[in-house]
Design a binder for this molecule. Structure first.
Ligand code: B16
Ligand code: MG
Length: 222
């Protein structure tokens, strides 16, 4: 089955908004006397807003009304930071890689857990680069459920097996594999189980080289 599309996670692959998420969760945690460190924030990478709150609470109980209020407050803090996001905040190599993939005839899509994905892409001036944008509103079950990747493939009118997913989070690689996609692990988080691991992200990535390596992966799988 030919590879027809590249599907990109947003935070950690296209841009690094993890720092903004950290500052927003940190402010909420400080206001409520909950210990929360940068290291704790790593466990929130790629997981939904609600799951992030649960991990931050670390077993503390709050009511559903409080949870809704805290998530809204954190999102307000996060959106304050997003106002400063600029096109130069795309990670190194991203725009060149997108252009090279497009000229190779590949479809391009986003599959992000974030409900702010479209706003982030607009700030980066990258929205028009993508045929489909899947975000935190597209499906109800977040990663590691495969639903978002299946939804994106469906919107692209391709089989998930024809899609290559670029992900920086374990939950995302797990979800993409479960959907049947080929996977590229980005960065040093726990993504070594992806079909290909790119510790330096898209900085030095070449489309042809990735397609060749994936063909080799497929042939060894049989
Ligand atoms: P929001 P991704 C994820 O983005 C972030 O990595 C994760 O930290 C965040 O909790 C999640 O989006 C939801 O974001 O609160 O903006 O809806 O990596 O899936 O692009
Ligand atoms: Mg991510």
């Amino acid at each position: 089955m030919p590879i027809q599309a590249f599907v990109f996670d947003l935070d950690g692959v296209i841009t690094d908004t993890a720092e903004y998420h950290y500052r927003a969760w940190k402010r909420l945690a400080d206001e409520n006397g909950i210990p929360f460190t940068r290291a704790d924030n790593e466990a929130l990478r790629g997981v939904s807003r609600r799951e992030s709150l649960l991990r931050l609470l670390n077993g503390r109980n709050i009511t559903e009304a409080q949870a809704q209020a805290w998530m809204a407050r954190k999102n307000g803090y996060y959106q304050q930071h997003l106002q400063y996001l600029r096109p130069a905040d795309a990670l190194p190599g991203v725009t060149a890689f997108l252009a090279a993939a497009r000229s190779r005839g590949l479809k391009l899509a986003i599959a992000s857990a974030s409900r702010n994905a479209r706003f982030v892409l607009n700030r980066l001036e990258l929205t028009q680069r993508f045929d489909v944008i899947g975000d935190g509103r597209s499906v109800s079950e977040p990663k590691p459920s495969p639903d978002l990747f299946i939804w994106v493939a469906d919107q692209l009118r391709i089989a998930p097996e024809s899609a290559v997913v670029f992900e920086d989070a374990k939950a995302g690689v797990d979800a993409a594999k479960q959907a049947g996609c080929l996977t590229i692990g980005i960065g040093d988080a726990e993504v070594g189980h992806a079909d290909i691991h790119l510790p330096d992200g898209l900085r030095e990535a070449r489309v042809e080289s990735i397609l060749n390596r994936l063909a080799a992966v497929r042939s060894t799988r049989g």
